[in-house]
Design a protein around this ligand. Structure first.
Ligand code: SAH
Ligand code: SF4
Ligand code: F3S
Length: 479
């Protein structure tokens, strides 16, 4: 639909975003728009990224496209000709932060009337957000979603050359686009999408609506990307998917699962392979057995449990019970005794009683998670849980979160303590911001280590003897 003012005008629909058909995923290869190559020459851009690693990976794609068009990066909004907010819709407070930022950025348009302001990512996939942007933030020039990043050159062409506002968001199941350019933020560690979207429909979660259906990249493409990264000097990759354990479930031409992918990756000359996120209902023994073979597969599993109460898990549509979760942890511990486990937890889900919360607390202590992201339930428009009666008082939610965080912090400390006196391999990220003589990096178990050392160790994997465990990091000395 076109209107008089806007070049592209296509708004999202949560109803359409829910649809899933059994048709094959369209797959195509990105074609650089060489005729648009000069459009960004002499122009600058700034991208602010919110949300998960999936969004960070998308930002790297946007950067790749912008560099192809001649744009160069800047760090201050006052110096930018284009500002993109790559947004997250997971909780209301994430969205409020973005709306606050859009308001703050308005001043820079007064100073630079040619400044283009774009809102991208998961928030524009929501009807209510686009309505609000159109009504209350008319100075936003460009709105696009998660399914059409590859069209960014065309949108910029419209916005720059014809000074037209561009609003284009597709509520579709989504395609797979290979060969997108990428300008990565890190020189040694890379995100690698192995799949997109999500078909789990946990009742609280907006992601299946903002990201489309679960669809897996071909293993050849994933392996080729990682081989190329290794030959460019990358030491670590993190495989990304909302439920990596569902990888390959959508292939109808072969039987190839996440376990197969991990097994194949053991033969790729990259030092470290991590992955996120695992789903307890799909993390199978075959995968755990491959992980147990070690090598470049890192012994850390992020396994979101969300709640320790069967009643709440059922209402969340998580498809496992506390018992099944504990069995899964048992299988991990049997085959990989020293694995580090971290999780995500939601408190204050509708109907959560004190007893349900106690069950969560008890589970956290039983499993001995060594870290967690903890959240208060946030109702999201269009999701089933937004219709549930939000019957837990705000004060109770806050208290539960604090109590839970205390238990989680004890887990962080215990997870660090077990490495005191040991020598661990640390991939050096770089210097600490506050003290350039201090280096920081991560161990195979994903523990942050601070130690004295010279900057040239950056990007190397060094042996560090752990001298002291703190709640948030380890201290050590290079040996
Ligand atoms: N696909 C991953 C991560 C999804 S988003 C997974 O399944 O684990 C990251 C975390 O945000 C979730 O694990 C959940 O704990 C939290 N989350 C998602 N929706 C939420 C909501 N509506 N309110 C509060 N927390 C939420
Ligand atoms: Fe959301 Fe559940 Fe999918 Fe994770 S698995 S992205 S929590 S719907
Ligand atoms: Fe947020 Fe979208 Fe990721 S909602 S958590 S940025 S998939």
């Amino acid at each position: 639909m076109n209107n008089l003012y806007d070049k592209y005008f296509n708004k999202p629909s949560i109803r359409d975003a829910r649809k899933r058909r059994s048709t094959d995923t369209p797959r195509f290869s990105y074609q650089p728009q060489s005729h648009l190559g000069a459009l960004g020459a002499g122009k600058t851009y700034l991208i602010q990224t919110y949300g998960c690693q999936g969004n960070e990976a998308d930002t790297e794609t946007m950067q790749g496209i912008l560099h192809e068009m001649g744009f160069s990066p800047v760090h201050e909004p006052s110096k930018a000709d284009l500002i993109v907010l790559n947004t997250c819709a997971i909780r209301a407070n994430a969205e409020n932060r973005v709306f606050g930022e859009i308001g703050r950025l308005k001043q820079f348009k007064r100073h630079n009337p040619d400044l283009l302001l774009a809102v991208a990512g998961c928030m524009p996939q929501e009807e209510s957000v686009v309505e609000k942007l159109l009504k209350s933030y008319p100075y936003v020039d460009l709105i696009f979603g998660t399914h059409n990043i590859h069209k960014l050159p065309y949108y910029l062409e419209s916005a720059i050359l014809s000074k037209e506002r561009v609003i284009e968001v597709f509520s579709e199941e989504g395609a797979i686009i290979e060969n997108l350019p990428k300008a990565r933020d890190h020189a040694y560690k890379a995100w690698v999408n192995i799949m997109y979207g999500c078909d789990e429909f946990c009742t609280y979660c907006i992601v299946p609506y903002t990201r489309g259906k679960e669809r897996s990249r071909a293993p050849e493409d994933v392996l080729e990307e990682i081989r190329a990264l290794a030959s460019e000097g990358y030491r670590e990759v993190t495989l990304l998917g909302q439920n990596v354990n569902a990888y390959g479930r959508d292939f109808n031409d072969r039987d190839y699962t996440f376990a197969h992918l991990l097994a194949d990756l053991r033969d790729v000359p990259i030092d470290r392979v991590r992955f996120t996120t695992s789903h307890p209902k799909d993390l199978d023994e075959a995968t755990i057995l491959v992980l147990a073979q070690g090598g470049n597969l890192m012994p850390h599993i992020h396994l979101p449990v969300q709640s320790g109460s069967d009643a709440v898990l059922k209402k969340m549509n998580r498809h496992y019970t506390r018992e099944v979760f504990l069995q899964c942890v048992d299988t991990i511990r049997t085959h990989i005794p020293d694995a580090s486990l971290t999780t995500d937890l939601i408190v204050g889900f509708p109907t959560e009683t004190d007893a349900d919360f106690e069950a969560t607390l008890d589970l956290v202590k039983t499993v001995g998670f060594e870290g967690a992201f903890t959240f208060i339930f946030s109702p999201r428009d269009g999701t089933p849980a937004a219709q549930y009666v939000d019957d837990v008082p705000a004060e109770v939610k806050k208290t539960r979160l604090q109590t839970l965080n205390q238990a989680i912090n004890a887990g962080y400390l215990a997870g660090h303590k077990r490495f005191e006196g040991q020598t661990v391999k640390v991939l050096v990220d770089g210097q600490s911001k506050s003290d350039p003589t201090i280096l920081a990096g991560y161990t195979p178990h994903n523990k942050l280590v601070n130690f004295s050392g010279l900057a040239e160790l950056k990007g190397q994997i060094v042996d560090v003897k752990i001298t002291e465990a703190k709640t948030w990091f380890l201290k050590g000395t290079v040996i």
